[in-house]
Design a protein around this ligand. Structure first.
Ligand SMILES: [Zn+2]
Length: 374
């Protein structure tokens, strides 16, 4: 039995948005109702904010030696940047998914889940065409994997010409079918047509997730006249979730602020961090969060977009709130009153007046200091 008390923290109630200065108690890796006797350890966080452990819903952490895109350790962008949980977005498909526990779960502290790619090769060093042929899209194999592994939270399809090739919409239909059979969400990457974005959005149902929503390429959610396209509005009305997925080339300030001004929501904020954008472009989840703040998204909505919203989207009941009896996953962060100029994937800049900066994280009650650039 071990006990920890965290003093002088400003605890965020995700539901109400209220912030209360109080001591948090943790016993045996779980949040406790109240004082649990003399604590074995005390952590004084000196007025920092305490939020449920941050979740990055779109990352690439399949740390397999053959995977160029995946050669990023989960802890590099997880606990070392103040993020308690990362979700790999389709780095592996049926031909490689069985190696995920060996190369990720067995070596990393950060809580890690994954979407399985409908294309059986996943995203190895050859990223093109992985879902471009019927024989690459193993529907029964994907369903079986989803049934077998509780750490698989949904299906991923990259609906863009470079990934699905002439197979196009058919790959998306197979991915949707796998999601339907398993009762888990589909995460849909939108990018360069074909397939045309309206056609793929029309296939989505309640709880599915659109990622790279605000990319700056031609033919995105603003269509060709800077107006939200009807298929995107209809998808939102059906309860489709809007995700960021910043990446190297998939977030435009202009597109996002135009969409926000037309009343569109941002439900989840994710980084799409991988080996190719961790040192520039995306860099960290908190940097992506600050970009949304620069566009006027409120403090509490930004925090919800990395806590309760992604937890609900992929049904992670142990995440998303600070509640007695739940595993103690917690992000400790400051909101530094210092403007910062931020660059999107198109090279445009905006300024955030304050900066969310994680300083530590708890996973199952174990404390880790932030040790990487944010
Ligand atoms: Zn990605």
């Amino acid at each position: 039995m071990s006990t920890l008390q965290i003093t002088n923290g400003r605890v965020i109630d995700i539901k109400t948005g209220n912030i209360t200065k109080k001591t948090l108690y943790i016993k045996d890796g779980k949040f406790a109702q109240g004082k649990v006797g003399p604590a074995d350890e005390t952590l004084d966080v000196a007025d920092a904010f305490l939020a449920p452990g941050f979740i990055d819903l779109h990352t690439h952490v399949f740390n397999h030696p053959l995977f160029r895109h995946g050669r990023l350790a989960a802890d590099r962008i997880g606990v070392r940047q103040g993020v308690a949980c990362v979700v790999d977005a389709g780095s592996s498909g049926t031909s490689t998914i069985d190696a995920f526990p060996q190369f990720v779960h067995a070596t990393q502290t950060t809580k890690t889940y994954a979407f399985i790619n409908i294309g059986s090769p996943g995203l190895p060093h050859i990223t093109e065409g992985h879902a471009s042929r019927p024989e690459f899209c193993d529907l029964p194999g994907v369903v079986k994997a989803l049934d077998q592994h509780d750490w698989l939270v949904g299906v991923k399809v990259l609906a863009s010409a470079s990934h699905t090739g002439s197979f196009g919409l058919e790959a998306v239909k197979l991915a949707r079918k796998a999601a339907e059979i398993s009762g888990k969400p589909l995460m849909l990457h939108i990018g360069n047509a074909p397939p045309i974005v309206d056609d793929v959005l029309d296939l989505l149902t309640t709880g599915d997730i659109v990622t790279h929503t605000f990319h700056g390429k031609v033919g995105g959610i603003l269509g060709y006249r800077d107006k939200i396209i009807n298929s995107f509005k209809a998808a939102i009305d059906r309860g489709v979730i809007v995700d960021i997925g910043h990446g190297r080339s998939s977030f435009s300030f202009r597109v996002c602020e135009t969409a926000l001004a037309q009343g569109m929501p941002v439900n989840t904020i994710s980084s799409d961090l991988h080996r190719g954008n961790v040192n520039e472009y995306a860099i960290s989840l908190s940097r992506t969060m600050n970009k949304l703040r620069a566009l006027g998204m409120s403090f509490i909505d930004v925090i919800r977009a990395v806590t309760s919203n992604p937890a609900k989207a992929i049904q992670l009941s142990e995440f998303g709130c600070i509640s007695a009896g739940k595993p103690a996953h917690l992000t400790i962060f400051k909101d530094v009153n210092e403007p910062i100029k931020l660059v999107d994937a198109e090279g445009e800049t905006r300024t955030a007046e304050t900066q969310i900066q994680p300083i530590g994280v708890l996973v199952d009650g174990i404390h880790h200091d932030v040790s990487e650039t944010l």
